[in-house]
Design a protein around this ligand. Structure first.
Ligand code: NDP
Ligand code: MG
Length: 396
C-alpha cells in the first residue's frame, strides 16, 4: 500500500490489450490505485508513453536491445528503468506491491507469477497459460502463502462473481460460454484455407493476436477449461462449454439443487479487470449498460469439437493431467506463432498439438523444473515438425 493508502499495482504486460485497459481502470480510479510497475516485451514507445503518464516506480523492458532507448527517454523522471526478463522476475517481489496483474502472454507469465505469489502478492490473473501449464504448483503455492488468485478472464470472473456468498455450497458444474469466434458454423474444408487476416477478426472482442487466434480455433476455450479446473477446484466432467455468440452471458454456475447463476454484461474487459482490483467490493462505473431490448435473442449451441479439434485436445489433456496441459500449451504457442507468420495452416495447428501430445515424454507428477523442460522440449519438437511439413500439406 502506498503512503496515501492507494493499492500499488504491478502490471506485467502493460503495453498489451489487457495491460492498457488496466491502466484505463487505474486512471479512472486514481484515488484507489497507483501503477507501481509497468513492463513490456519490446514496445518501447508505448512503455515510455505510459511511464510518463502514470509515473510508476519501475518501468521494465524485457527486450534488452530497447533498454537504452527507454532509459534515455525517462532519464529526467524519478522512474527506475530496468531491462530483461530477470528484472521482471525480481522486481515483482518488491515489498510495496499489493497486487500483481499478470497480462503477459504465454508461458513467460509463469515464473514472475510464482515469484510474486512466493512474496505474498495477490494475483489478478489474466495470463491463463500460467494456470494451464502449472495449475497444481500455482494453486498450492497460493494456499501456502495465503494469497488470492483473482480471475481477470471474463468467464472466470463471471463464475467468481456467481460464487460470492456461496462458500459452503457445492458446485455441481460450471458452464463456460464461448463466442465461437469468427469461424463458428464453418466446415473443415472452409478452415483449411483461412488466413491469419480472417482469423484475427474476432466478432466481439478486441484482444492481442495470440488469444484472438486461440479464440478462432477454440483453443482459448480449451485453455479456459483447464484454467477453471484449477481456479475452482473442479473435475473435467464438471466443466461444460456452450457456444453463445452474443458474449453477453459471461458464464454460469450450477449448484447441487439445480439452481443456475449467471453473470451478464456487455463484452468489456474493464469490468472483470476492475472487479479483480476492487474485490470483494464493487465500485461505480460509467461503462455502457446492457439492455435486454437490444438483445432480444440470446442464443446457445453445442461447440463443434469434431471440426474445432483443439477444444477436444484440451479436454483430453486435462483428463491425462501431469505435464500434458503444459505440452499442449507449448505446442499451441509455437503453432499460433507459425500461423501468424503464414508458416502453417489453421487446421495444421491441431495436428501439431496432437503430435506433440503423442511424442513428448509424459510426466505424471511434474516439478517446476519438469515443466520448464517440457516447455522447452515441446517447443523444439513442434518447431521441427513445422519445418518438416510441406507448406502445401500444412495449408490443406
Ligand atoms: P497482448 O499480446 O495484447 O499483450 C501482451 C503483453 O505482454 C504486452 O505488454 C507484451 O509486450 C508482453 N509480452 C509478450 N510476450 C512477452 C514475453 N515473452 N516476456 C515479457 N512480456 C511479454 O495480449 P493480451 O493483453 O490480449 O493478453 C494477455 C494475457 O491475458 C494472455 O494470457 C491472454 O490469454 C489473457 N487474456 C486476454 C484477454 C483480452 O481480452 N485481451 C481476455 C482474457 C485473458 P509488447 O507489447 O512489448 O509486445
Ligand atoms: Mg475468456
Amino acid at each position: 500500500m502506498s503512503i496515501d493508502n492507494k493499492k500499488n499495482i504491478a502490471i506485467l504486460g502493460s503495453t498489451g490489450s489487457i495491460g492498457t485497459q488496466t491502466l484505463e481502470v487505474i486512471r479512472d480510479n486514481g484515488q484507489l490505485f497507483k501503477a507501481f510497475m509497468l513492463t513490456a516485451h519490446s514496445n518501447a514507445y508505448l512503455l515510455i508513453e505510459q511511464a510518463i503518464a502514470f509515473m510508476p516506480k519501475y518501468a521494465i523492458i524485457c527486450d534488452e536491445t530497447k533498454y537504452a532507448q527507454v532509459k534515455e527517454a525517462l532519464a529526467h523522471l524519478p522512474i527506475k528503468v530496468l531491462g530483461g526478463y530477470e528484472a521482471i522476475k525480481e522486481t515483482v517481489t518488491h515489498p510495496d506491491i499489493d497486487v500483481v496483474l499478470t497480462a503477459m502472454v504465454g508461458f513467460a507469465g509463469l515464473e514472475p507469477t510464482i515469484n510474486a505469489i512466493t512474496a505474498g502478492k495477490d494475483i489478478a490473473l489474466a495470463n491463463k497459460e500460467t494456470l494451464v501449464v502449472a495449475g497444481e504448483i500455482i494453486t498450492s503455492l497460493a494456499k501456502k502463502h495465503c494469497v488470492n488468485i483473482l480471475p481477470v478472464d471474463s468467464e472466470h470472473s463471471a463464475i467468481f462473481q456467481c460464487l460470492a456468498g456461496e462458500q459452503d455450497n457445492k458446485i455441481e458444474k460450471i458452464i463456460l460460454t464461448a463466442s465461437g469466434g469468427p469461424f463458428r458454423g464453418r466446415s473443415a474444408e472452409f478452415l483449411a484455407n483461412v488466413t491469419r487476416e480472417h482469423a484475427l477478426k474476432h466478432p466481439n472482442w478486441v484482444m492481442g493476436a495470440k488469444i484472438t487466434i486461440d479464440s478462432a480455433s477454440l483453443m482459448n476455450k480449451g485453455l479456459e477449461v483447464i484454467e477453471a479446473k484449477w481456479l475452482f477446484d473442479l473435475e473435467a466432467d464438471q466443466i461444460d462449454v456452450i457456444v453463445h455468440p452474443q458474449s453477453v452471458v459471461h458464464s454460469l454456475v450450477q449448484f447441487e439443487d439445480g439452481s443456475i447463476k449467471a453473470q451478464l454484461g456487455l463484452p468489456d474487459m474493464k469490468l472483470p479487470i476492475q472487479y479483480a482490483l476492487t474485490y470483494p467490493n464493487r465500485i461505480k462505473t460509467n461503462f455502457k449498460r446492457f439492455n435486454f431490448i437490444d438483445y432480444p435473442n440470446l442464443t446457445f449451441e453445442q461447440p463443434d469439437m469434431a471440426t474445432f479439434r483443439n477444444l477436444k485436445l484440451a479436454f483430453d489433456a486435462l483428463e491425462q493431467g501431469g505435464n500434458m496441459p503444459c505440452i499442449i500449451n507449448a505446442a499451441n504457442e509455437v503453432a499460433v506463432a507459425a500461423f501468424l507468420k503464414n508458416e502453417t495452416g489453421f487446421l495444421a495447428m491441431s495436428d501439431i498439438i496432437e503430435t506433440c501430445m503423442q511424442q513428448i515424454t509424459y510426466i505424471q507428477a511434474p516439478s517446476l523444473d519438469d515443466y520448464l523442460n517440457t516447455d522447452k522440449e515441446t517447443r523444439i519438437f513442434a518447431q521441427n515438425l513445422i519445418q518438416q511439413m510441406p507448406l502445401k500439406a500444412v495449408r490443406s
